[in-house]
Design a protein around this ligand. Structure first.
Ligand code: AMP
Length: 222
């Protein structure tokens, strides 16, 4: 029996630092032409531009602390504007953000379709984070474990310089993992109670994880 294909187009990806949220979100965004938004990435660009909101964010990110809810929500409200389709990566990260986000979506009558929880061990997080390189120009992310690239090399996409993120240090990682466990894991429970959460094991290779997410977003409705 062949059914209709229903595309999930309001999607949230949550998971520990360096679990591949950004990579998977941009692959899914390109595959389905759904806008990808990362609060971390927006605020990194604001920091690079030394805007007031960027300088405010910098104080927290440098030490691996979460931004205050109010700051993350301001960024999201601004980004949402009239959009009705999205793949959020790294938002919501706290229960407070999740509740405010629900209100925002309810007011616009655009309920979430799914929340993917990307699961990975602490050891793998550490290894991925310490190998991560980000392009200072286009934001593309690479990993020295998977690509033959080093700090200072030219980005294969835009020739910008590859750098380590200022929060990709062992000390900042410890804070980020601890904050993830304290603040973001309860967000997963919150979405479980709403029947929206799907846990995905992301220890596998990038393309394998992508295929799982791709197939789930493009579910056949019988
Ligand atoms: P990411 O690019 O998602 O890894 O985010 C980098 C850092 O930005 C995080 O470790 C947090 O310090 C901060 N951040 C990004 N998004 C949020 C959010 N929704 N709430 C609080 N802090 C955030």
């Amino acid at each position: 029996m062949s059914g209709r294909t229903i595309l999930k187009s309001r999607v949230v990806l949550i998971g520990p630092p360096a679990c591949g949220k950004g990579t998977q979100a941009s692959l899914l965004s390109a595959a389905f032409s759904i806008p990808h938004v990362s609060t971390g990435e927006i605020l990194r660009k604001e920091r690079a531009a030394e805007s007031p909101i960027g300088l405010e964010a910098d104080r927290y990110a440098r030490e691996g602390h979460l931004f205050p809810d109010d700051l993350a929500l301001r960024v999201v409200r601004q980004w949402m504007d009239n959009r009705t389709r999205f793949i959020f990566d790294g938002f919501p990260r706290t229960i407070g953000q999740a509740i405010e986000f629900d209100k925002m979506l309810f007011e616009r009558s655009i309920p979430l379709d799914v929340v993917y929880l990307l699961e990975i061990s602490d050891e793998e997080v550490l290894a991925r984070m310490l190998g991560r390189l980000t392009c200072s120009k286009c934001g593309a992310v690479y990993n020295t474990r998977f690509h033959a690239l080093a700090m200072g090399d030219a980005c294969p996409k835009c020739q910008g310089s590859l750098v380590r993120r200022s929060d990709d240090t062992r000390e900042a990682l410890e804070h980020r993992l601890a904050e993830y466990k304290t603040f973001t894991q309860p967000v997963a429970d919150y979405y479980t109670s709403k029947g929206l959460l799907k846990a995905i094991d992301v220890e596998a290779a990038r393309d394998e994880v992508f295929q799982i997410l791709y197939a789930d977003m493009k579910e056949e409705a019988l």
